[in-house]
Design a protein around this ligand. Structure first.
Ligand code: LMR
Length: 386
């Protein structure tokens, strides 16, 4: 039987990573995978993370299981960081990265009777795969005009009509991947009203807290939404905010009525148990140590501030350049790691093959991975194709 399996197309992002690795040109530029790089092109381990690891090495007494829900102190601290006081009422479970949290959330929604998830397009390329793997139907909602780099709220809310009561809408909390275009506070409130009017559940994906305008600023909109809706599912990743990508640190939070919380907890626990049983500990333990120690927390905030400042300076430098058909100036106001340029397939291939510049097939660039020293060459190459 197994020998009859048809091959699957490689994941579009992982394909770009592979192509970049195989390119032998020394001046190639990697704008593919979403990883922050400093001005020398490195992704160093944060000092606070190193110190937390040293502390864990010195004090950890056992490697026995933490428990089905995972590290409850980690869940409390991350909940507080992301949602403030209201997180005390959320049901939560540690997950295997933000992706694992998204999958748990999809499975929970399906168990609760949802059939569809509305995906504002373009979305993170892995979102539709996760939704389908959970046997839910992804509904594409137009949402962003790439040529004009503008959110179209009417189109997005209009697409809610394709969903039914109990279905969900996947919304990125901040630093949108792949657009860098975030909702304003007013737009979040409008979304809350539109979701409530149709009985749709917001499924919030928070993966870049601190990469946009600041730790609190980046979640102000999502908090405003969460205050206004009766139920919500939220997937959180700490991979980027703590620079611990490979540790796969995530969590799922669920807002629901008090009387439903025990049942929701038992459902997410059962889903996780049948999937990977109990979560890994190390990454969550790092985050717990950093957030619970005043000095480590301050050190982490400072490094995160530096990362954000660096990304903003890269955005400002790009925005100061003129490239015929690309509204470069709008890149400055966008948030976080990514922007998506109005480039077609031919242009993307020429950039890759002739100039050694790698971005996704949908023209997403990882602004956070662009070294300042490479900006002149990147802009020259854009001018050559666009
Ligand atoms: C990205 O979008 O580049 C990251 O989230 C990495 C991934 O797994 O796709």
């Amino acid at each position: 039987m197994i020998e009859t399996l048809a091959p699957k197309a490689p994941d579009p992002l992982l394909k770009i990573i592979k192509l970049f690795r195989e390119d032998t040109r020394s001046d190639k530029i990697d704008l593919g995978v979403g990883v922050y790089k400093d001005s020398s092109g490195n992704t160093p381990v944060m000092h606070a993370v190193k110190d937390a690891e040293a502390q864990l090495l010195a004090t950890q007494k056992t490697k026995t299981y933490v428990g089905q829900q995972g590290d409850v102190d980690f869940l409390r601290l991350v909940g507080q960081l992301a949602f403030g006081a209201m997180s005390r009422d959320f049901v939560s479970i540690q997950a295997v990265g933000g992706t694992g949290a998204l999958r748990l959330g999809c499975d929970l929604l399906r168990e609760s009777g949802a059939k569809r998830i509305v995906l504002p397009q373009p979305c993170w390329p892995n979102h539709p795969s996760i939704v389908r793997a959970a046997r839910l139907e992804p509904i594409d909602a137009p949402f962003f005009n790439i040529a004009e780099q503008r959110i179209d709220m009417d189109a997005l809310i209009g697409a809610f009509a394709q969903a039914e009561r109990g279905d969900a809408v996947l919304l990125q909390a901040c630093c949108h991947n792949p657009l860098g275009a975030d909702f304003s506070l007013e737009q979040w409130k409008t979304l809350a009203d539109a979701l409530n009017a149709r009985g749709l559940i917001p499924f919030v994906d928070l993966a870049y807290q601190g990469f946009g305008d600041g730790v609190d600023e980046d979640v102000a909109g999502a908090r405003a939404l969460l205050e206004r809706v009766p139920e919500a599912v939220i997937a959180v990743s700490e991979a980027k905010s703590f620079g611990i990508y490979r540790e796969r640190v995530g969590a799922l939070y669920v807002k629901t009525a008090e009387k439903a919380r025990a049942a929701v907890m038992s459902n997410i626990a059962a889903i996780a148990r049948a999937n990977y049983s109990m979560p890994p500990d190390h990454g969550a333990a790092i985050v717990r140590e950093v957030l619970s120690d005043e000095a480590l927390r301050a050190s982490w905030r400072q490094e995160l501030d530096q990362i954000r400042t660096h990304i903003k300076s890269t955005r400002a430098k790009l925005a100061a350049e003129r490239v015929n058909s690309i509204p470069m100036h709008l890149i400055a106001a966008q948030k976080g790691m990514f922007s998506t340029l109005p480039l077609n397939q031919d242009q993307i291939i020429v950039l890759r093959e002739q100039h050694g510049i790698y971005m996704t097939d949908a023209a997403r660039i990882n602004v956070a991975g662009l070294r300042h020293a490479d900006i002149p060459r990147f802009v020259e190459a854009l001018r050559a194709v666009a």
